[in-house]
Design a protein around this ligand. Structure first.
Ligand code: GLA
Length: 382
């Protein structure tokens, strides 16, 4: 069924608008966005579709086709939703109301091909689709950057995940065939052509979903802030880990804060440098050097930042021994979800056959694979 026909059968009549908004991958630069560092994400061909129609009253009537679930709320009563998907919608509505955008109620249908909890930002894709559609239908004339910032606030304040800006930025600003080198300090960005000569970006999905991840995510943020506050006593110009050098880590942080805080900060400082160097590798077409950085990132995420899990580590270890895999690492917030791999195109099938058997033998879990194609950011379909 198309989203149009689902809408018609649920609400009778046509939607005013249908928009699409993609999920994202991230080549390198993990947990750097909320530390004012660099990231290198790209929008992908897995996306959220949203069909929406204005109402004359204040009612918000929602249907998530993938879960066959309905939810209703009122513009005047946006109490936190007890399920995840409505929260991503109502959080955006709340932000728009706070900005005094003149909203009415609306009917909406959501249909998504972004796997949930796999680290491809299905939530940001929903939030971006919602703000994009409401902005059009209620003519609130917000620019893309404003919309990106509001969706991040929605996630921070309503959903309660203190996420950075990468996911929304990629979903809104993605460009087919390109990654985005984004400076999360000032939102300067540059499109980076992804030319992988005979290689492809492939995700392996552990199938592991950790409900603890939100709390751990927010905790990482606090630990990074603790490192920054400590360093600020000596270096008043420091605003974030972006301003911190290897020397400061060694001379001013090591042994002076807890080992955990030091490790978190060390990972982030090194990862910010890796993004810059990794972009140079890509520019030189040196995939081998870029791939080595992906493995280093994983090591840091696993040992210093401690956001990996045994299933992700297993997949990356396996990849390390495959000559046809240039690089691999866990992707996204962590504690489950996918690894991102750069694999020689003609070896993908063979590698998948072997890694999925090994994975299933070890964990008793099915390993899903997604071959990635990049896409453009959120847009109106109808
Ligand atoms: C999640 C967050 C992002 C980012 C990544 C880790 O996807 O939503 O803001 O911090 O984790 O890089």
């Amino acid at each position: 069924m198309t989203i149009q026909s689902i809408f018609e059968s649920k609400f009778s009549g046509s939607p005013d608008i249908i928009v699409r908004s993609p999920g994202r991958i991230n080549l390198i630069g993990e947990h750097t966005d909320y530390n004012e560092g660099f990231v290198l994400p790209a929008a992908i061909d897995k996306e959220v579709l949203l069909a929406l129609r204005k109402r004359d009253d204040e009612k918000i009537s929602l249907f998530a086709a993938d879960f066959n679930e309905s939810y209703s709320a009122s513009l005047y009563d946006l109490f936190p939703a007890n399920r995840s998907w409505p929260a991503y919608i109502l959080g955006v509505v709340q932000q728009l109301l706070q900005r005094e955008v003149a909203l009415h109620g609306f009917d909406a249908v959501l249909l998504s091909t972004v796997p949930v909890g796999a680290g491809m930002s299905s939530s940001a894709a929903i939030e971006c689709a919602v703000i994009f559609a409401l902005n059009e239908v209620f003519e609130s004339r917000l620019g893309k950057i404003d919309m990106i910032k509001l969706t991040q606030k929605a996630e921070n304040e309503y959903v309660g995940v203190k996420c950075g800006i990468m996911d929304m930025f990629a979903s809104m600003m993605g460009k087919h065939g390109h990654a985005i080198k984004l400076d999360c300090k000032d939102l300067n960005y540059r499109y980076f052509p992804i030319t992988l000569d005979g290689f492809k970006i492939v995700l392996f999905d552990t199938g592991v979903r950790h409900s603890l991840a939100f709390g751990e995510y927010n905790l990482r943020r606090v630990q990074c802030e603790e490192g920054v506050s400590f360093l600020q006593k000596k270096y008043s110009f420091i605003k974030s880990l972006r301003n911190v050098t290897n020397e400061m880590l060694q001379n001013d942080l090591k042994g002076k804060v807890s080992e955990i805080v030091y490790n978190r900060c060390r990972y982030v400082v090194e990862e910010i440098q890796r993004v810059t160097e990794g972009c140079d590798d890509l520019e030189r077409n040196d995939l081998a050097a870029f791939g080595r950085k992906m493995f280093q990132t994983h090591q840091g995420l696993s040992n210093l930042y401690e956001v990996s899990c045994k299933e992700l580590d297993f997949l990356v270890d396996f990849a390390k021994h495959e000559p046809a895999i240039a690089g691999a690492r866990m992707m996204g917030g962590g504690f489950g979800g996918c690894t991102i791999n750069i694999i020689k195109e003609n070896a993908i099938e063979d590698i998948y056959a072997r890694i999925s058997v090994a994975y299933e033998n070890t964990f008793g879990l099915e390993l899903k694979m997604y071959e990635m194609t990049t896409q453009s950011g959120a847009s109106v379909i109808k």
